[in-house]
Design a protein around this ligand. Structure first.
Ligand code: PLP
Length: 743
């Protein structure tokens, strides 16, 4: 392993640093000052990355912990350092500030920015009840309850101190206009999480705004406790405001300079309103209210546009925030109402403000998250079609490649740089494959063994806990003898993601008789492992989850015990990592083209596991004519596609049938031609790691920002940009330009 143990040559005390906002742990003072000084330098711009959720559990990836462990440092004689170490080794590590794909992508992106030394800081909210914790009962289905966690004892998380009164937390005052001209100022505390680079030589700070202070009004705490609380529209609108309205006050207090605000989805879009208000005040003076015209607003909006970079993540309507004009005017400023009338009007639903429409209008660049999603977004927003570009998502390879697989790569000479350069997998030669093949095979075997062991232990725990918890074990297998539980080496298919109806988790159960026949005919056993949460207010999503549970027994019985379907409750990053590396194939069967990108399949691909997927989202780009996995189902043109989430019974049956048509050949490859199966795994490393990593994606984002970068950072970004161009025409255009210049 090439971890920077030398960092510790002078002792763990080197890993402590401080400034007027507190004392932190994980990087040296030199590194800390270098990063912070850049962020406060008024002459150099930085990027503010705004996201409603950020998923970066230190459980799953944390270089500081790895270095400490490797160096055998578990305590220190300095009490303060010891406290930090204790947190690392004994504290709870989960930071439940995400619901799924959007948040995990944000976390992966920030980690890559840190690895690449890009001057970025992130802003999000701190949710003291997280998203929600999931129990599953076979009779009831999903049971949700508030997550308990303690930010105070979570490593990598620090509450900022007040520079003038260091014993007190830093308090910022966030303005909320509740239908009046003068703002109500609401206090919030600020937590900082450090996304520290793999080599501990850089970091990206994440600022999490905490509104749950003693004495805070109920309208604030109602919206601050829980991510995506959907109890009422006003709670939802307030939650968005809490994010968007905190940005400028926080920048003020920290004295950070930025000329790019990257909106990861439109949730934080109210910052646009505040920026326009500020601009109007600056240009028209204090009596701007009396003077201002619509033309003034448009001019101000154009100026603000130059600051905004916007990423849209979904074509699904529920993902676009709309609020009734009437409701919004009760939590607004009269100027905001005028701005929204001009910029957030929705031609389809005139009595609503559409925040996606506003984000579409006010920006200097828009990107969707895959090529197919770009085409869909253009169809949905034809007015902005010329601005919408693709930047295909990626995942942070250092987070998602399992330890076993990582150890293989470390042993291959031509892959020595894989940690900093995920592009190096392109160079895998046939000789290199020969060397890698047996190692990868045994690493995969071990990851599969660990996953199966985890599942069997879980089945036992559920059975034993039944008496105390009154929860019926979610899985039928908990009720059968242990010798019929899962065995390692049996073909295992994974499926884990949010339970939204368009993701159609139950698709493969459409015809259990047919599925069972396939297994019985050739005596092929198969494990199906499912996980994922349905939003507590998503009743149809919860019904799909329940359906999965309800069908387990029938599949087991009809297939004579060959088909075993297990649901793993409490899907989170740790379960995700275990699944993507422990299964033999990853399944995705959404209603095309509603899966804008999908990232869990990329995590599987990084570990070599082939995908079996509908041609949707990233898979259109990752399929490589069948070299890396299998495709099935409808793949007609997006022009004809139905973008509603409503189930389409005919399409559903056809796609399910296509899966059954395909399955025998997959099973045959796995059981009878294992070399061919391994070839697909190796192809995934060679063809997909270089594309679907967040280093490459971050490089494409950096090209949208205007940043002065150190020459060595610029070079690195240029190299990564060459790995792939999400805009397929861009490379052609470059080629044309080059040809013109060099005829
Ligand atoms: C990767 C990940 C997701 C997103 O998966 P998709 O395939 O994009 O739906 C959701 N939740 C967790 C915990 C993840 O790790």
């Amino acid at each position: 392993m090439n971890l920077p143990v030398t960092t510790l040559a002078t002792g763990v005390e080197q890993m402590i640093c401080s400034n007027q906002f507190g004392t932190f742990f994980g990087v040296s003072q030199v590194v800390f000052d270098e990063v912070w000084n850049r962020l406060v330098d008024p002459h150099r711009a930085n990027v503010a990355y705004i996201s409603m959720e950020i998923g970066a559990d230190p459980d799953v990836f944390h270089p500081v912990r790895d270095v400490l462990k490797q160096a055998g440092i578990f305590s220190s004689s300095r009490p303060m350092v010891n406290d930090f170490l204790n947190k690392y080794f004994h504290g709870p590590r989960k930071i439940p500030n995400y619901s799924g794909g959007l948040g995990v992508l944000a976390g992966d992106t920030l980690k890559s920015f840190a690895d690449l030394h890009i001057p970025v800081f992130a802003i999000s909210l701190l949710y003291r009840e997280g998203y929600f914790s999931q129990f599953v009962d076979s009779k009831v289905g999903q049971i949700d309850h508030a997550t308990r966690w303690a930010p105070e004892s979570t490593p990598t998380l620090f509450q900022l101190r007040d520079p003038h009164e260091p014993t007190e937390p830093l308090t910022i005052s966030v303005p909320f206009f509740n239908g009046q001209l003068k703002p109500t100022l609401v206090s919030a505390h600020v937590w900082m999480k450090l996304e520290i680079s793999d080599k501990l030589d850089y970091f990206v700070p994440e600022f999490l705004i905490d509104y749950c202070l003693p004495g805070a009004p109920a309208w604030v705490t109602d919206s601050a406790h829980q991510l995506y609380n959907a109890k009422s529209t006003i709670i939802k609108a307030n939650q968005r405001r809490m994010l968007g309205s905190a940005i400028l006050p926080l920048l003020d207090v920290l004295r950070f300079s930025t000329d790019t605000i990257h909106l990861n989805e439109q949730h934080g879009a109210t910052v646009i309103l505040h920026l326009i208000l500020q601009e109007l005040q600056t240009t028209l003076g204090d009596d701007f209210l009396e003077q201002m015209t619509d033309a003034n607003i448009i001019t101000a909006a154009e100026k603000v546009s130059r600051k905004i970079v916007y990423t849209i993540h979904t074509p699904v309507k529920a993902g676009h925030d709309r609020f009734s004009r009437h409701l919004y005017s009760t939590i607004s400023h009269s100027v905001f109402d005028r701005i929204l009338n001009l910029l957030a009007h929705d031609t389809d639903v005139p009595h609503e403000y559409n925040f996606t429409a506003m984000a579409m209008r006010i920006n200097r660049s828009i990107n969707s998250v895959s090529r197919l999603h770009r085409d869909v977004t253009k169809k949905q927003f034809p007015e902005f079609g010329h601005k919408i570009k693709a930047i295909t998502n990626g995942v942070h390879h250092l987070t998602w490649i399992s330890d076993q697989r990582a150890a293989c790569f470390d042993r291959i000479p031509s892959l020595q740089t894989w940690r900093s350069d995920p592009g190096c997998f392109r160079t895998i030669t046939p000789e290199c494959e020969l060397q890698l093949r047996p190692m990868l095979q045994s690493a995969w075997h071990e990851d599969n063994r660990q996953l199966i062991q985890y599942v069997n232990n879980m089945l036992r725990t559920h059975r034993e806990q039944m008496v105390e918890t009154w929860i019926d074990p979610p899985n039928h297998l908990s009720n059968v003898p242990e010798n019929e539980w899962l065995r390692p080496g049996v073909f295992t298919i994974g499926f884990a993601r949010r339970f939204s109806t368009y993701k159609r988790a139950d698709l493969i159960l459409d015809d259990i008789a047919r599925l069972s026949d396939i297994l019985i005919t050739h005596n092929w056993p198969v494990n199906f492992l499912f996980a994922g949460k349905a939003h507590p207010a998503d009743e149809p999503g919860k019904s799909v989850l329940k359906l999965i549970l309800d069908n387990q027994e029938e599949l087991f019985v009809r297939s004579r015990g060959l088909g075993k379907l297990v649901f793993i409750p409490g899907y989170d990053m740790q379960v995700a990592k275990m699944m993507v590396s422990g299964v033999h194939a990853w399944l995705n069967n959404p209603k095309r083209p509603l899966e804008a990108s999908g990232t869990s399949g990329m995590k599987a691909a990084m570990n070599g596991a082939p995908n079996i997927s509908i041609m949707d989202g990233w898979w259109v780009e990752g399929y490589h004519g069948g070299q890396t996995g299998w495709k099935f189902g409808y793949e007609g043109p997006v022009e004809k596609a139905d973008l509603s989430e409503a189930p389409d019974a005919l399409l559903y049956t056809e796609d399910a049938s296509a899966f059954y048509d395909l399955l025998p050949s997959i099973l045959q490859t796995f059981y009878e031609r294992p070399d061919d199966y391994m070839k697909k795994a190796l192809n995934n490393l060679r063809l997909n790691i270089p594309i679907f990593n967040t280093h490459r994606m971050a490089a494409e984002y950096v090209n949208q920002y205007s940043l002065q970068l150190a020459p060595e950072v610029r070079d690195k970004i240029d190299l990564l940009s060459q790995l792939y161009t999400s805009e397929e025409n861009a490379s052609n255009q470059q080629a044309v330009v080059r040809n013109l210049a060099n005829p």
